[in-house]
Design a protein around this ligand. Sequence first.
Ligand code: GLN
Length: 494
Amino acid sequence: MSQNLTLEEIQDFKGKYPKQIWYLFLTEMWERFCFYGLRGMLTVFMVTQLMIDEKAANLQYGAIQAFIYAFTFIGGLFADKILGFRKSLFWGGILMIAGSFIIAANPTEFFYIGTCFTIVGTGFFKPNISTMVGELYRAGDTRRDAGFGLFYSGINIGAFFGGMVCVYLGKYHSWNLAFASAGVVMMIGLLTFVFTQKSMGPIGLSPLRDFVPGKRKAYEIATFIGSLAVMPLILIMVSKTEYTDYFMYTIGPLTLLYLVYEMTKLTGAERKKMIAALVFIVFSVFFWAFFEQSGGSLSLFALYNLNDKLLGIAGIDPNVVNNSANSVFVIVFSIIIGLLWVWMAKKKIEPNSVVKFGLGFLFLAAAFYTFYATRFFAGPDGKTSLDIFTLAYLIITFGELCLSPIGLSLMTKLAPKKLWGVMMGMWFLASAYGQYAAGLLGAGMATTNENASLTEKLISYTDGYKQLGIYALIAGILLIVISPIVRKLMQEVK
Ligand code: GLN
């Protein structure tokens, strides 16, 4: 493997992709296996093993996911200022491995403690690997979008296997094994990164490398200790969801204030682009709030209300489908959609990013209407069609592909280079708010009645999905209507 490359040598790569992206692709693939493996087990584990009622499980799912994404903002900041991306990834990986094995040792006893390790670990890992992808490209390199597209499929390959394998092991073998498998896979991810990081040249090295080594170490150790020290606090906040509320009420306004302060230092044109970026961020909160029902209410819907027949084949576990269908569809369709955009651009009919976001919401609306429509296929036992449910996942995936990879890339196009880290953090913080709201929405849909029949559960959840469909439709139309204004703010950025 070539070592000691300069940034120029890396960015001057020939062909479609820099070779380093494959290493990041693989590392992120394994990390997402672990992450989505855990995510896919959360509500099922809480309801069936911790005996938590559905409402509380939805709220805690939202809280855990919200913390995970909120910490990506904090992890991004610490990487920028102290650790650098590589050490952040390493530390994050170690914490994620520890988290999985802690739960595996005794799932019902250590579930929340292990989850805290995962929250902080993902915070250090997730945003920084995304920014490293961005660093492989020179500003203005038109191959950047394709790179993010490839990276996004790596995310979903990992998510597919993790979402499928972990919940399957948990439900049919043992929860210890399920959580341990997430830890083992994360170890593979971390080793992949450790053995390939030399090819990254200067990318991701410590921002404090000009400091005296002793002083740098002191800052780094303080960061490591600090990240361990906050865990008891997170533990309290996750297990009592009312504390999550306070956290969410504070972190957003604070980061926004910080951003406004940063924006005062920009030129008028730069500021306008940042405002456009904020419009995308705000809408993405709503998108994720609906989309992320998948790990919460849809997971419980799959547990109780779906039959096990997919395309005529019986014996398919609905939770496995719930956790993996979206990823399969992303893997299959991200390339096709990418090619469609290129084809449309050639014909000069490619929709701009604002309209693409709007389309994302229209697909989201259609998907939730389809989740709602499952009620028309239900039998007297309250169980309905896994086929229609999977069709809804196909539709929601088109929505995701119109919004998520485009949003990542937009952050790096609309923000000035010095604010990339912060803006990537804001993008993920929007996911945190989305996740938080997803839990609240899911809890609102769950029946309060402990002894509700399956049919009552079905009606309760599908009523909620119909509402979400209507709101998504309104958001999509709104975005398309305001698109000329946002485009003005974006100036030359498409
Ligand atoms: N599915 C994507 C990932 O895991 C996007 C998640 C998000 O931004 N909420 O990276």
